[in-house]
Write a protein that binds this ligand. Structure first.
Ligand code: NAD
Length: 263
C-alpha cells in the first residue's frame, strides 16, 4: 500500500549529540525521515540513526560531512536528495564554542567557529533551496543562540557567528517568502549539553571561579528562571516551526532562554 501522506525529509546538521540529536528524534517522532550528521563517522554515530529509525518507524540515515568545509555541506544536501528524493526541512544546528579573551583568541578557532556556526548554513541553505522549490515549499530552522541577540565576554567568535546567522535567517526569509519556504532561528539560552560541559573549565579559568560558582554566577545568572533549558524544549520548538501552524512565522526567532534577553 502506498503511503497517502509521503513522509517529509529532514536534515539536522550536527545531530549525533545534544540539541541536534533531540531535534532529529523529535522530527522522527513527528513522522519525518531524518538524516543524522556529524564529522566523525563512528559506529556510535551510525547507531544514533539506527536507533531513531527503529524507535519511530521512519527511515534514518547517518551521513558524514564536516560542516567546516563548504563542499561537504553541499554534498550532505545532495546525498540526502539522492537517498530520499528531496529535502523538505533543513535544521542548521552544528556548532562549536571556544572561550578566551579577544586579544588571546586563537585565529584558527575564530576561523573554525565562523565556518561551522555560520558559513555552513550558507552552504546547506544554498544547496537545499532548489530542492525545496521543486518540492513546493520547505522549512529552514537555524539554531542560533541568546548570543545571536546579546553578547557575553570571552566569546567573540561565537557571538559574531550567531549574530551573523540571525542576519542570514532574515535575508533568506525575504528571498523565499513567495516560495512557501520559511526561514527562522531559535535562540536557546544555556542547555546542559556536551558543548556547555566542555566550556565550564575554560570559564573557570577565564573568571577564576570554581565549577559550581561558574554555573551559578556566569551561566544561570543570565537566565531569570535559574534553570537550564532542556534539549527537548528546543526540539519541540523546532517541530513547531516546521508545522503548518508556523507557515506565517518567517524571518524571525523564538527565544528559549528562561527570559535571558528580556533583561
Ligand atoms: P554538542 O557539542 O552537544 O553537539 C554539537 C554537534 O555538532 C555534535 O553532533 C557534533 O558532532 C557536531 N559537530 C561539531 N563540529 C562539527 C563539524 N565540523 N561538522 C559536523 N558536525 C559537527 O552541542 P549542542 O550544545 O547540542 O549545540 C548544538 C547547537 O546549539 C550549536 O549550534 C550551539 O551553538 C547551539 N546552542 C547551544 C546552547 C547550549 O547551551 N548548549 C545554547 C545556545 C545555542
Amino acid at each position: 500500500m502506498t503511503d497517502p501522506t509521503p513522509r517529509k525529509t529532514a536534515i539536522v546538521t550536527g545531530s549525533t549529540s545534544g540539541i541536534g540529536k533531540a531535534i532529529a528524534e523529535a522530527l522522527a517522532a513527528a513522522g519525518c525521515n531524518v538524516v543524522v550528521n556529524s564529522f566523525s563517522d563512528t559506529p556510535a554515530d551510525h547507531k544514533v540513526a539506527a536507533t531513531i529509525a527503529a524507535k519511530h518507524g521512519v527511515r534514518a540515515l547517518y551521513v558524514k560531512a564536516d560542516m567546516s568545509k563548504g563542499a561537504e555541506c553541499r554534498a550532505l544536501v545532495e546525498r540526502t536528495a539522492q537517498a530520499f528524493g528531496s529535502v523538505n526541512i533543513l535544521v542548521n544546528n552544528a556548532g562549536i564554542q571556544h572561550v578566551a579573551p579577544v586579544e588571546d583568541f586563537p585565529a584558527e578557532k575564530w576561523d573554525a567557529i565562523i565556518a561551522i556556526n555560520l558559513s555552513s548554513a550558507f552552504h546547506t541553505i544554498a544547496a537545499a533551496i532548489p530542492l525545496m522549490k521543486n518540492a513546493g515549499g520547505g522549512r529552514i530552522v537555524n539554531i542560533a543562540s541568546a548570543h545571536g541577540l546579546v553578547a557575553s565576554p570571552f566569546k567573540s567568535a561565537y557571538v559574531a557567528a550567531k549574530h551573523g546567522i540571525m542576519g542570514l535567517t532574515k535575508t533568506v526569509a525575504l528571498e523565499l517568502a513567495r516560495e512557501k519556504i520559511t526561514c527562522n532561528a531559535i535562540c536557546p539560552g544555556y542547555v546542559l549539553t556536551p558543548l556547555v560541559e566542555a566550556q565550564i573549565p575554560d570559564q573557570m579559568k577565564a573568571h577564576n571561579m570554581d565549577r559550581e560558582t561558574v554555573i551559578r554566577e556566569v551561566m544561570l545568572e543570565k537566565q531569570p528562571t535559574r534553570e537550564f533549558v532542556s534539549v527537548e524544549q528546543v526540539a519541540a520548538t523546532t517541530v513547531f516551526l516546521c508545522s503548518d501552524a508556523a507557515a506565517q512565522i518567517n524571518g524571525t526567532h523564538i527565544s528559549v532562554d528562561g527570559g535571558w534577553v528580556a533583561q
